[in-house]
Design a protein around this ligand. Structure first.
Ligand SMILES: [Zn+2]
Length: 532
C-alpha cells in the first residue's frame, strides 16, 4: 500500500498536545493514513513527495471569523490595493472608471483615512475624474464612505439634510456635504446602490476563497451570511467550486424580533457539501474608534473627563437573553460581535440565561473580537463554555489604539484589551480569525501579533497577554475547528483526519519569528489547492 502524498524533510506541527510534532505525514485519497516514520514507508514511485527542506507544516488553518464573499467582491470592484496616498487613490478611481464605462455606479472599498486631511476625503477629488456617474467607495474598516457630487445629489444629501441618529455627514464650512459619510450616514447614498446579486457574490466568493487558500486557510466560519451570500454558497457548492469547509453564521436582523427564528430554521436546511449554515451572527455593538462600542463606563472626552456616552447596545440586553435562549434551544450556535466590555458581558449574561433555562448545550457559542473584557468576566468564558474568538492582528499599538482608542477609554481599560493570555490561562477555549476584509487574511501576520503584541511601532500592547507560538497555532487550527464542530475531521493531524495542511516556507518556531513567513503550499483533502 502506497500513499498519494507524503510530506517530510522538516517538522510537522500536529496541534495535538500528546504528539505536537511528527517528522512526516502521508495521505491517501482525502485522508491522512500515516504519521512519523510509518509515513516514509508508504512512498513508492507513484507518491508525490513534498520535501519541507527544514520548513514547518501545520494543519490547514481555520479562520473563525471572515467575510470572503463580500471581501472577494470588493476586490473585483474598485479597490485600493497598492495605493498609498490621495493621488494614487484618485488615480485608481480614474483607471477603474475608464475600464468600466458601462457601469451605472462606481462602487468599491479599501481606502485609508490616513491618506486624507482629518481622515476625510473630499468629493472634489472624485469629481475631478468621475463627474458623470455616482461614486461610493468604502474605507478599509467599513465605517466611513467617500462619495462624489453626483452620488450625493442623487441621494438628496445637501445643505439642509440632517445627520441621521446613527451617523454623520462631514460638511464644508458652509454646511454643504464635504464628500465623507460616517456610519449610518453612509446608508443615505448606499440605499440607492443596486443590491449585490447572487451572481456577483458567487464571483466574489470564488475570489475570496482563492485569497484564503493562498494563506493556507482550508476552512472558515463566514461571519455574515445574508440571504444572498447564502445563495452564493449554495451556487458554488452546486457548481462544485466550493473547496473550503465552511460554517455560515446567518445574520440576525436586529430590526426584527424572535419571529425570524422560524426563517433561520428553514434556511439551516438549505445546506450543501462543504457549507453548513448552523450559526447565527448577533452584532451587539459598534467599534471603539467612533465610540459606538458598548462600554460599562462612559468614554472620556478630549479633556480626559467622563462624557455622557458609553456606546450603543445594538440589541437590547434583555431581549438578547430571550433571543439567545431560543436560538440555543433550537440548536443554533450564537456567534457574537462584541468589542466593548458591556457588549462582552451582555453576551455572557445571555448565554448564562440560556444555560439556566436549557441546561448545558454543545452548540459552542463564541464571542468574536473581545477587545475590552472586564477582569470579572474572564473566568466566565470557561464557566459558561463560551469560546473566545480572537482577531489577534488588532492587539498592537497602531494608530487606532494610540490616537483613537486609548485616550478615550483611559489607561485602566486600555490594559484590559485583547486579554488572550488571561483567557487561555483561565482555561477558556481560544479560536482565531482574521475578520478579512477589515484586516488581512494573512494568518502568519496575525499570529506574529498574537505572540509579540507588536505591530509597526516597536512598543507592545499589554505584552503580558502575549501567547506562546504553539498556543497561537493551536487556536488558529484545532481551536477554530472546535468552533466549527469540525474537530473530528480537521484542525489537527493524526491518522484518519482529513489531509488539510499548510506548508510554510520556513520554520517560524525554530527561527523564533512569524514575521514575513509565507505559505508555500496549501493542501485540502489531499489535493494541492495552492502553491507558490
Ligand atoms: Zn467581521
Amino acid at each position: 500500500m502506497s500513499a498519494d502524498l507524503v510530506i517530510r524533510g522538516g517538522r510537522i506541527f500536529t496541534a495535538r498536545a500528546e504528539h505536537p510534532f511528527v517528522s512526516a505525514v502521508a495521505a491517501r485519497g482525502d485522508r491522512i493514513v500515516a504519521v512519523g516514520p510509518d509515513a516514509d514507508d508508504l512512498v513508492d514511485g507513484t507518491t508525490r513527495v513534498i520535501d519541507l527542506e527544514g520548513a514547518l507544516a501545520t494543519p490547514g488553518f481555520i479562520d473563525a471569523h471572515v467575510h470572503p464573499a463580500s471581501s472577494g467582491l470588493d476586490k473585483l470592484r474598485c479597490h485600493f490595493d497598492g495605493c498609498s496616498d490621495a493621488s494614487s487613490a484618485v488615480g485608481r478611481l480614474s483607471e477603474y472608471a475608464d475600464a468600466n464605462p458601462d457601469l451605472p455606479w462606481i462602487i468599491g472599498a479599501g481606502w485609508s483615512q490616513s491618506w486624507f486631511l482629518n481622515g476625510c476625503p473630499p468629493k472634489d477629488l472624485i469629481d475631478s475624474v468621475v463627474s458623470n456617474r455616482p461614486v461610493l467607495v468604502m474605507n478599509s474598516d467599513g465605517h466611513g464612505a467617500w462619495a462624489n457630487s453626483v452620488a450625493l445629489s442623487m441621494a438628496g444629501v445637501g445643505l439642509d439634510t440632517p445627520d441621521p441618529s446613527d451617523g454623520r455627514i462631514e460638511r464644508l464650512p458652509d454646511g454643504s456635504p464635504q464628500g465623507t459619510l460616517h456610519e449610518g450616514a453612509i446608508r443615505l447614498v448606499e440605499n440607492l446602490v443596486p443590491p449585490d446579486t447572487i451572481e456577483e457574490l458567487a464571483a466574489g466568493l470564488v475570489r475570496g476563497q482563492e485569497e484564503l487558500l493562498r494563506y493556507g486557510i482550508t476552512g472558515w466560519q463566514d461571519a455574515i451570511v445574508s440571504k444572498s451570500i447564502h445563495g452564493a454558497y449554495l451556487r458554488l457548492a452546486n457548481d462544485e467550486m466550493l473547496v473550503g469547509r465552511v460554517v455560515g453564521a446567518m445574520w440576525w436582523d436586529r430590526d426584527r424580533g424572535l419571529e425570524q427564528i422560524e426563517e433561520l430554521v428553514e434556511r439551516r436546511e438549505q445546506s450543501a457539501p462543504g457549507f453548513a449554515p448552523t450559526s447565527v451572527k448577533l452584532m451587539l455593538d459598534g467599534v471603539a474608534e467612533n465610540f459606538t462600542a458598548a462600554m460599562l463606563e462612559p468614554y472620556l472626552g478630549d479633556d480626559g473627563a467622563p462624557t455622557e456616552n458609553s456606546g450603543i447596545d445594538f440589541i437590547d440586553p434583555i431581549e438578547l437573553g430571550e433571543i439567545v435562549s431560543r436560538l440555543d434551544d433550537e440548536a443554533f450556535q450564537c456567534h457574537f460581535h462584541a468589542i466593548g466590555d458591556r457588549a462582552v458581558r451582555s453576551a455572557l449574561d445571555a448565554v448564562e440565561l440560556a444555560r439556566d433555562r436549557n441546561g448545558q448545550s454543545h452548540h459552542r457559542h463564541h464571542i468574536a473580537h473581545i477587545q475590552v473584557v472586564h477582569p470579572d468576566d474572564i473566568a466566565r468564558f470557561k464557566a459558561l463554555d463560551v469560546v473566545a474568538n480572537a482577531q489577534p492582528l488588532w492587539a498592537c499599538h497602531d494608530d487606532y489604539q494610540t490616537e483613537l482608542t486609548i485616550p478615550y477609554i483611559g489607561a485602566a481599560r486600555a490594559s484590559w484589551q485583547y486579554p488572550f493570555g488571561s483567557l487561555l490561562g483561565a482555561g477558556s477555549r481560544l479560536a482565531m480569525g482574521s475578520d478579512w476584509g477589515v484586516s488581512t487574511a494573512n494568518v502568519m501576520e496575525e499570529i506574529d501579533v498574537a505572540v509579540t503584541r507588536t505591530g509597526e511601532s516597536g512598543e507592545p500592547l499589554n505584552p503580558e497577554e502575549a501567547l506562546d507560538p504553539i498556543d497561537a497555532l493551536t487556536a488558529f487550527t484545532a481551536g477554530s475547528a472546535y468552533v466549527n464542530h469540525a474537530e473530528d475531521d480537521s484542525g489537527s493531524i493524526a491518522v484518519g483526519m482529513l489531509a488539510d495542511l499548510a506548508v510554510l516556507d520556513r520554520d517560524p518556531l525554530r527561527d523564533g519569528s512569524f514575521r514575513g513567513v509565507r505559505v508555500a503550499t496549501t493542501i485540502l483533502g489531499g489535493q494541492v489547492v495552492y502553491e507558490v
